[in-house]
Design a protein around this ligand. Sequence first.
Ligand SMILES: Nc1ncnc2c1ncn2[C@@H]1O[C@H](COP(=O)(O)OP(=O)(O)OP(=O)(O)O)[C@@H](O)[C@H]1O
Ligand SMILES: [Mg+2]
Length: 614
Amino acid sequence: MIRVLSKNVSDKIAAGEVIERPVSIVKELAENSIDAGATSVTVEIRNGGKTYIRVTDNGCGIDPDECSTAFLRHATSKIEKASDLDRIESLGFRGEALASIAAVTRTTMISKTADSPVGRRVVVHGGTVIENVPVGAPEGTTIIVTDLFYNTPARREFLKNDGAESSRIIALLSELAVAYPNVKMTLINNGETVFTSPGDGNIKNAIVSVYRQKEYKELTELAYREGDISIRGCISRPSLTRTSRRDQICFVNGRVVDSPVMLRGIKDGYKQRMFEGRYPVAFIMLETEPGTLDVNIHPAKREVRFHDDKAVTDFISRAIRLTLAEKESVSHIGDTITSVSAEETTEAIAPTPSFKRIQDSGSVSYFNKKPGNQVDIKQLLKTKREEETKLEEIKQIVKEEKAIYQASKDDFDMKPGQLMSFDFSELRILGSLFNTYIMACDGDSFYLIDQHAAHERVFYEKLVGEYLASDKAIQSILMPIIVETDPALSSTEDDWIPILRDMGFDIEPFGPGTYRINGIPTYMEIGEAEDFVRYFLDNIETEGDIKNITVIDKLITRSCKSAVKANDALAPEEQLALMKELAACGNPFSCPHGRPTFIRLTRYEIERSFKRIQ
Ligand SMILES: Nc1ncnc2c1ncn2[C@@H]1O[C@H](COP(=O)(O)OP(=O)(O)OP(=O)(O)O)[C@@H](O)[C@H]1O
Ligand SMILES: [Mg+2]
């Protein structure tokens, strides 16, 4: 039943919705279709939606007697009393959209319900109903909106060109198609179909069909629940990154939202797996009790307020960490290549381009013609099966360890490693490559380990370990290190001296602006220690409140850079030692700045590259 809300209720609604541009109309109409339970929604636009917008759905339709009521301000079937505002379960609730749209356009609505023998057509020009007649119509609702701002020409001036307006509409409908994977959505722009989502309920299929980036096929699916709050979606492995947050889209209870709280959760979830300035791809859909959330904040409804921000951030971060740990702990060589070269393009690159090039030259065509001659398919299938059982085991471990992880909400990123099961004892070191990588293999994969990144990880964890330990292992040095700082920094020495002491430095003031270091952590060399302290002090100023654990973490992370020597040839014993240290790390899979320490090429991928199998 569509009713006009009482004044008492309508006054409580964040109102004043103005139709600013075509995308606002498309959003409102498509959301109405979703609220009507449609499983198929078609949106057609012309000229960026300025001259024509049509939205057709197969939803419940509107009773013939209520079709014109729907255009009244504050007329809605979705809420009734003020208390309903505390638990909003539909996308619409203000009863404003149709009224606002009809006021500035020529709008035609054709609608039919299952119960009614005929449909109804209502035509409204600039807010005035000029026709209200029975018509034959299929079940569902079609709304056609033409001539935006025909009666307020001044507002037309503020519209952008057709391309800009239609690109907003495409972006919006893409988001909706992802948020509602069980609704088949079609978008037609100037007569051409832009996309049709399959409507099969699968989020990833929806994403791939609307965003059309092949690399999105590699997204990892996310599904996680804790009591009343749950999350679904698709996220990228750390090897697929973007230079902006553009591909991070958040939904709450089916609503696309701009939520810093949720973005923070994503960021935390990928902590230390990303370079600074790189962002993962993440489509995340949070479902929570409507009562723990306020959407009645802004007329555009793109903002939400959570009752407990931190709980939401932590929940999302946890879900992402667990998923990444479970699904993929080591980057694949194929991914890495793809992510580097396919940066920001829509054309995906073949998974192993370097191998591809050789095949294309035709020089190995003989082998191509005789595929599988010596391939032991059975063996390969067996390996694949083993991989699958391994995955099952990993899943089990993740489940068991989840409890432990949840209990320890440390800000230092050393925990996820406990969840990742990877057997270092199986690794056999094969040698060194370019003086930069260690080559290794185990039963079914080949690995390259970036010694630089590995060293950084080891160094980071030792520092943090020291910082957290109660007994500091300090080695005295014969020649003290003297460091000088500027006055601004000395004035905050009471803040940072204890932190350095906690990390195992014996440091004391030594005259104005000067400090003397008499002892350093046991695992550092003097040069490393000196560089570390300088880096640390250089970075304090840029980091603000250094008593905060996150800031300390950042400082340690940054300062680790200082300690690692690039392009140093490592002797076999050193390689072994480094691998052992890495194996002992909580999270051996990425350096503290988020670069992978390892990449893997599985036997399966190798065989496929040689066309031994498909
Ligand atoms: N496509 C549709 N199918 C079925 N009913 C619809 C459709 N579009 C609108 N309605 C009915 O018309 C009413 C008014 O729609 P309108 O969009 O103006 O308000 P609302 O969706 O209730 O709230 P909001 O202003 O927040 O969108 C809705 O409450 C709904 O009952
Ligand atoms: Mg609505």
